[in-house]
Structure formats: structure tokens, C-alpha cells
Design a protein around this ligand. Structure first.
Ligand SMILES: O=c1ccn([C@H]2C[C@H](O)[C@@H](COP(=O)(O)OP(=O)(O)OP(=O)(O)O)O2)c(=O)[nH]1
Ligand SMILES: [Mg+2]
Length: 149
């Protein structure tokens, strides 16, 4: 398994570093490193620290912060940026933009798991400027151009 450098910014995280819940898990749960319960009112967004910084270092990888399904579906707790993208050269604290898109206030407890981190491969590309593309089956058709069924 590949390893990446992590800094523990909040001592409470020492005992509970993110880990894959099952052998097939893709996500590593991130916790709310807050000192007291935080009530996020319906419609509000709070930037929540995770107590961790990672340095992926290799530009062939990035990390994405995604909502946890249960938090999103049951409580309306998703991400203010919809998806968080962590660059391979970012060394600051992982922050979770926590949006209560639901109708009810939600109280986030200290160290509660609120989002998940997924490490993904990235291909950096250069641009080759052209006047015309080579033929493709789709061409410029999009936005439902292949029909409804
Ligand atoms: O949910 C997130 C999203 C981003 N970041 C950090 C890591 C990322 O590498 C950095 C910049 O994110 P992004 O490029 O998405 O934001 P930006 O608004 O374009 O800021 P910048 O000008 O710093 O690139 O912020 C987080 O901690 N949490
Ligand atoms: Mg940016």
C-alpha cells in the first residue's frame, strides 16, 4: 500500500488516524476536530478543521473530500464546495466546508466523522492547439443528444 506523509495537528487525532473501514473501502473518514458541539443551522455552511494535514507530494495523485452518504441523505450534511479537491502540493490542514442543505438544524459533535477522503490518480496534461479535431462518433453532440432511453 502506498503511504503519504501526514501531520497530526490535533492531538486527539493521534489515536484515530483515518483508516479504511473494510478491506474494500475507498474512503477514509475525516473527523470534526472541534472543541464543542457545533450547531449548523439549516442552510448554513461552516469550515470545519480535521486536525490533519497531508502532503501527497506526487502530482500523479490528488485527494478528494466527499460527503458521507448517511450524513448527506439522512441529515442534509454535504459540502459547501460539493467536492473538495486536495492538491498534491497542499500542506495545510484538511478543511471540510460543511453545508447543512437540509430543513433542520444539525449539531455536529467533536470528533464525529463528517466527510471522507479519497485518494485518486491524476493525469496532468499539456495542450496541443489545433484548428480541427480528428473525427469521432459523438462529434459535438452532448446534453442528451443520444436520446432519452
Ligand atoms: O474542501 C477542501 C478543498 C480544498 N482544500 C485545500 C486543499 C487544496 O489544495 C487547497 C486549494 O483548493 P482549491 O484549489 O480547490 O481552492 P481555490 O479556491 O482554487 O484556492 P487556491 O487559489 O488556493 O488554489 O485548499 C481543503 O482543505 N478542503
Ligand atoms: Mg485552486
Amino acid at each position: 500500500m502506498k503511504t503519504i506523509d501526514v501531520k497530526i495537528l490535533d492531538p486527539r487525532m493521534k489515536e484515530q488516524l483515518p483508516a479504511y473501514a473494510t478491506p474494500g473501502s475507498a474512503g477514509l473518514d475525516l473527523r470534526a476536530c472541534i472543541d464543542a458541539p457545533l450547531t449548523i443551522k439549516a442552510g448554513e455552511t461552516h469550515l470545519v478543521p480535521t486536525g490533519l494535514a497531508i502532503h501527497i507530494a506526487d502530482p500523479a495523485y490528488a485527494a478528494m473530500i466527499l460527503p458521507r452518504s448517511g450524513m448527506g441523505h439522512k441529515h442534509g450534511i454535504v459540502l459547501g464546495n460539493l467536492v473538495g479537491l486536495i492538491d498534491s502540493d497542499y500542506q495545510g490542514q484538511l478543511m471540510v466546508s460543511t453545508w447543512n442543505r437540509g430543513q433542520n438544524d444539525f449539531t455536529l459533535n467533536p470528533m464525529e466523522r463528517l466527510a471522507q477522503l479519497v485518494i485518486v490518480p491524476v493525469l496532468q496534461v499539456g495542450f496541443n492547439v489545433v484548428e480541427e479535431f480528428g473525427d469521432s462518433e459523438r462529434g459535438i453532440g452532448g446534453f442528451g443528444s443520444t436520446g432519452k432511453h
